[in-house]
Structures are given as C-alpha cells and as structure tokens.
Design a protein around this ligand. Sequence first.
Ligand code: URA
Length: 214
Amino acid sequence: MPKNSTRTSDPSIGSDDLFQSEEPRSLAGLNEIIAASKPMVHGGKKAVLGEGPIGAKLAFVGEQPGDQEDLQGRPFVGPAGQLLDKALAEAGIHREDTYVTNAVKHFKYEARGKRRIHQKPTMGEIKHYRWWLLKELGFVHPRLVVALGATAAAALAGEPVAVGKSRGQYQFGDIPGFVTVHPSAMLRMPDHAEREHAFADFVRDLKSARKLVH
Ligand code: URA
C-alpha cells in the first residue's frame, strides 16, 4: 500500500492483489485486469481504460480520470479533454489516430457536498499504477509518448520531472517521449491573455510532437 494513500482497509476500494496478477499477453488481457480493479476512493465508478489503436504513432498520457471521465468511462471527455481536442485539431492531429490514456486509472477525489473535487495522486500512487502504464504502452508501441503534465511525466520517468525545465523532447528510459503541460493548467488560469498564450504554446508543442513522428 503506498504511503499517504487514500486507500483504506475497506475491501471495496483499492486493490494491491491485481497489480501482482498474471502477466497479460495482450492489451485486451491487461485491460481486463485493470477493469476488474477497485476504485481508488469511495464512490468512484471504475477504472478508465486507454483508448485508441494499437500501433498509434503518438500516445498521450494524462494524469487521472476526472469527474466526467469517471462517469462516462472514457479518458479526456470532460473540460480538459475538450481543450485537448481543440489543441489537437489546431495542431493537425486526429485524436482517433492516437492513443490516449492516463497515468492513474481511477478518479481520486474528495466529496464536498455534491461536488467531487479532484485530488492529486501521490508519487506512491503514481508508482503503484506505473506497471500497468508501461505494459499498456508496450502493447501499443507508439513512436512517441507525450506526457501531459507532471504526473504523467513522473509516471513515465519513475521519478519527479519538472515540466517547466524539461518541456520538449524527453527520453523516458527506453520510451521516446515529449513533455508538455496538462490542459487543465490552462483551464485554471484566470487571465484570458495568459490562457491564450499558454494555449498557443501547447499547440506548438503538439505540432512539434507530430513532426517527430512523421
Ligand atoms: N485529466 C486527465 O489527466 N485525464 C483525463 O482523462 C481527464 C482529465
């Protein structure tokens, strides 16, 4: 059990046993294991699996599913996903040709009234999910993996990565990668001009990633 984990001794949430289960032979086999795992916190629905074709040249890794992703069971379908879609379109990338997944497969949140407030995963939790992520990317075998934000970069590197300093091409062990910001960072910017500027930089990063795989 990772330190500072929100997992408790309640058997309906969290599960360590599945992380050590049989070696999957395919992405479908791995997804069965992931899908059978329990939510990270009470009230979470289910694991959100990666989406996209095996052999996709570009893969995107986010942090973890948010409220909408947890409800719909698909990655990047909420506000951050809509911004990612807009940026991909501006960068000339067809999302359906790419593979989109998350470092952490379950939504971690704190309930405040009716709202479910996103909680950042700890490094221990990121490492806990890392085996799945690396297996998954091994099956998809993209030419380039784009880390969207610090959690994704840490999951891929196995250690903390400073996004500001490491932005751009980045080697994650054997995996050729690229580090950029998470779209939700832009959603949090109160200043319109700052947000527009950050969005333009993000699109530029996506264009660079696209060029690297073509
Ligand atoms: N943020 C993420 O990191 N992943 C999602 O799937 C949605 C929001």
